[in-house]
Design a binder for this molecule. Structure first.
Ligand SMILES: Cc1ncc(COP(=O)(O)OP(=O)(O)O)c(N)n1
Ligand code: TZP
Length: 551
């Protein structure tokens, strides 16, 4: 049993990185600016390229600044530097540094000791040993701040969540911070994405998001706010419901839903931001239709699956679609890079797990994507969603839209949304959309949609474009958004949910209007009519024809 001297609040854990300072910025000045407003709760000094003498010198000066603002300090890796400092200065070590038992022996029971864990086994070992005070879980995303991180090392929020599950052992819970690629855009989604059945992150550790900023007090304040709202939403929710359920704040999504959809479509059609760029990684079978559908729906398609340009495109995309229809190795690598870039940029990600039940290869691909990317909306037919959720009663025969029937579609979408912390859209004769708290059933649509190839894939693009519009809308109206899971929530309205619903309604109502046209004789003539009707979709048509209800 340790007689700990320090009680550390891990909410915002600043790890230093002098090499990342903006040109001309003084390190001590930057550290002081980061701490002065009281948002950073703990600091770790990380120096990779200097000897222990210089490290100690920097640490002594840094400690004065940390003491001034009453922020606890730890040393990264270097045991001798930590030992040369007062006992209130802790040590953080990694898996390849001095073995943790030896570190504890040398440090004594009272010095704070943190350990990095990268997988479930390491997490279990850390809990069993019961000698560290907290663990750093990462890397959650790829980052340039630590050398040698490879794609295979990246956990994603789902991987982090598995580690957190392993950390939760009665009666002792080991505190944990998430690290790697966390910034103002990724932090909230990642915090919620890492929540598991009975455990949650205590905070985030960042280097570049603060250190590389010319005014570090700004990201420090914003990040602290994000962690605070996560904790507030999560704590009150966990007390009431338990950790596994999504920690939504109370908002009334049902109220005025149709008016909000109309408002959003009006905004999207006239948007001063221009058509959102929808990066679509999709099957070659549906590529052309999807691109034309995107254009018809006031969006700009870009069908690139090149890993090499993912980062550049990630800066300008409005949303991305990851569709595994005809996936090969190149697209698989591309999805990893594009998903990561979208998460880092806070852009909505639609996953279309086409035919996932048809082969273990497809299952593996979907599992991989969901592990490395926090999905915003998972879209699938009954067979696909059943395969992902492990339901046995429906078997996929191929990659077509044959969806079978489900005994309890509402339960499926709600429980999957809770588990995966994303919106879930079940497509079929009727569509079901859930955010884990609400579920809506949409009864619009026409059977001709099922007779053209790629209509489901194109729906994914329309939904992505609609969610991109929702992001622009909240930005434009300066709505106080926050992210819960991968959702962007306004105090009383989840605009991503509204956006997704707008996409489903637009596509389905366009299909009805197309099928009603006298020039449409069958599936061949239906395709151009569908594109035309989608291009001509208006808020008024949606209000007039929408058939949906909360279930
Ligand atoms: C809070 C926190 N978590 C993880 C790390 C990574 O530590 P480590 O694995 O030892 O890698 P280096 O930092 O030494 O490159 C950390 N530093 N802090
Ligand atoms: C030290 C470390 N360990 C895992 S990721 C990482 C670097 C985190 O830096 P950044 O916050 O800039 O991604």
């Amino acid at each position: 049993m340790l007689g700990r001297k320090l009680v550390i609040d891990y909410s915002l854990y600043l790890v230093t990185g002098r090499e990342l300072l903006p040109p001309g910025k003084d390190y001590y000045e930057s550290l002081e600016e980061s701490l002065k407003d009281g948002h950073v709760t703990v600091v770790q000094l990380r120096e990779k390229n200097i000897d222990s003498g210089e490290f100690l010198e920097i640490a002594e000066k840094s400690l004065k600044i940390c003491d001034k603002y009453r922020v606890p300090m730890l040393i990264n890796d270097n045991l001798s530097v930590a030992l040369a400092l007062p006992e209130r200065v802790g040590l953080h070590i990694g898996q390849t540094d001095i073995p943790v038992q030896q570190a504890r022996k040398i440090l004594g029971p009272n010095r704070h000791l943190g350990l990095s864990v990268h997988n479930v086994e390491q997490a279990e070992a850390a809990v069993d040993l019961d000698i560290v005070d907290y663990v750093g879980v990462g890397p959650v995303y790829g980052t340039k701040s630590k050398a040698g991180i490879e794609e295979k090392d990246v956990l994603g929020p789902r991987g982090a969540s598995r580690i957190l599950q392993a950390l939760e052992k009665v009666p002792k819970r080991l505190p944990c911070v998430l690290i790697g690629g966390l910034n103002e855009k990724t932090a909230a989604g990642t915090l919620f994405g890492a929540v598991c059945d009975s455990n949650w992150p205590d905070g985030i550790a960042v280097i570049s998001a603060i250190v590389a900023h010319p005014t570090p007090s700004v990201p420090a304040a914003n990040l602290a706010k994000i962690v605070k709202s996560f904790k507030k939403a999560f704590d009150s929710h966990a007390k009431e419901f338990g950790a596994g359920e999504p920690p939504f704040t109370s908002y009334d999504i049902e109220k005025n839903t149709i008016n909000k959809i109309a408002e959003l479509l009006r905004f999207h059609r006239a948007s001063q931001y221009g058509p959102p760029l929808i990066q679509t990684l999709t099957s070659h079978v549906s590529s052309t239709l999807s691109a034309n559908i995107a254009l018809a729906f006031s969006s700009s398609p870009i069908m690139s699956h090149q890993e090499a340009e993912a980062e550049d495109l990630g800066k300008v995309t409005g949303a991305v679609v990851l569709n595994i229809g005809t996936i090969g190795d190149e697209a698989r690598r591309g999805m990893r890079a594009v998903g990561g870039a979208a998460n880092r940029g806070g852009k909505p990600v639609v996953l279309d797990p086409v035919g996932v039940g048809a082969s273990s290869f497809r299952k593996g691909v979907v599992e991989e994507i969901m592990n490395h990317t926090q999905i915003t909306l998972l879209k699938g037919n009954a067979a696909e969603l059943s395969a992902i959720s492990g339901l046995e009663d429906i078997q996929s025969r191929g990659v077509d839209s044959g969806s079978g029937t489900l005994k309890d579609p509402v339960n499926l979408v709600v429980s999957m949304a809770c588990k995966e912390k994303c919106l879930v859209l079940l497509t079929g004769k009727e569509d079901y959309l859930s955010n884990g708290q609400h579920a809506v059933k949409v009864s619009n649509g026409h059977e001709l949609l099922g007779r053209i190839t790629g209509s489901g894939c194109a729906l994914g693009v329309v939904v992505a474009a609609s969610m991109a519009a929702a992001c622009n809308f909240t930005k434009h109206n300066k709505l106080p958004t926050t992210h819960l899971g991968s959702f962007m929530v306004h105090s009383d309205t989840n605009w991503l949910f509204i956006g997704a619903l707008m996409g489903v309604l637009s596509m389905n109502i366009a299909s009805e209007l197309a099928a009603e046209r006298s020039d449409v004789k069958g599936s061949g003539t239906f395709i151009p009519a569908l594109i035309d009707e989608l291009a001509a979709m208006t808020p008024e048509k949606i209000v007039e024809r929408a058939k949906f209800g909360f279930v």
